[in-house]
Design a protein around this ligand. Structure first.
Ligand SMILES: [Zn+2]
Ligand SMILES: [Zn+2]
Length: 208
């Protein structure tokens, strides 16, 4: 049984997510949007032991504080291979267009469709959902999903970026997300939580 906690953080208002195993206290950190001191306090307050930092995708708002988080906890950084080049390329992670130069350490490992990510005694199933970015990932554990910038409450990820593809995004949502149990709680990269049932019924961008 895994728990999840979401808290908005950083200049781009990204949801900083922690998933942990109740019994072993092992934790996975999803995305690194900044305000790392607050993340460190959240981890300490619950007595957790982070085992990895996972990027849902390679856009600058989600990888901004990768170095801080990775170095503070001494944990490996994981991402899908297709978004890996974004970590060290300010044009591809889009920071260049914001007048910044976000650089992350390179990944220590990669995650692909169908992999499982083990956190203590629990497991998350890795799903590759290209569209918002080529290597976007979502993570499913019975009861919840971490949806990155793929699916939001009443919205979907932007597809007007150079590496985006709207057709792929819509198909990934229909085939890989809308087929999950309706009661599955969706923890997106931005904005409030929702459920698969709610989005299947009322998301204006993609219907079941
Ligand atoms: Zn994004
Ligand atoms: Zn984002």
């Amino acid at each position: 049984m895994l728990n999840v906690e979401s808290q908005v953080a950083g200049p781009f208002a990204v949801n900083s997510l922690i998933v942990w195993c109740e019994r072993t206290r092992q934790a996975a950190i999803f995305d690194a949007p900044g305000e790392t001191e607050t993340l460190i306090e959240r981890i300490a307050a619950r007595g957790l032991h982070p085992v990895c930092l996972v990027n849902t995708h390679g856009h600058c708002d989600h990888i901004l504080a990768n170095r801080e988080v990775k170095e503070h906890f001494g944990i490996p950084l994981l991402i899908h291979p297709l978004d890996r080049p974004m970590l060290t390329d300010p044009a591809r992670n889009l920071s260049l267009y914001l007048g910044e130069s976000v650089l992350s350490p390179d990944a220590d490992g990669t995650l692909a469709d169908g992999d499982t990510l083990t956190v203590g005694e629990g497991e998350l199933v890795v799903k590759h959902v290209p569209g918002h970015s080529p290597g976007s990932l979502v993570f499913y554990h019975p009861g919840f999903i971490i949806s990155g910038d793929t699916l939001f409450a009443g919205g979907i990820g932007r597809t007007d970026f150079p590496d985006s593809c709207e057709r792929d995004l819509l198909e990934a949502i229909r085939v890989k997300l809308y087929t999950l149990p309706g009661e599955t709680v969706v923890y997106p990269g931005h904005g409030p939580t929702t459920t698969i049932r709610e989005e299947r019924q009322s998301n204006p961008f993609v219907r079941a």
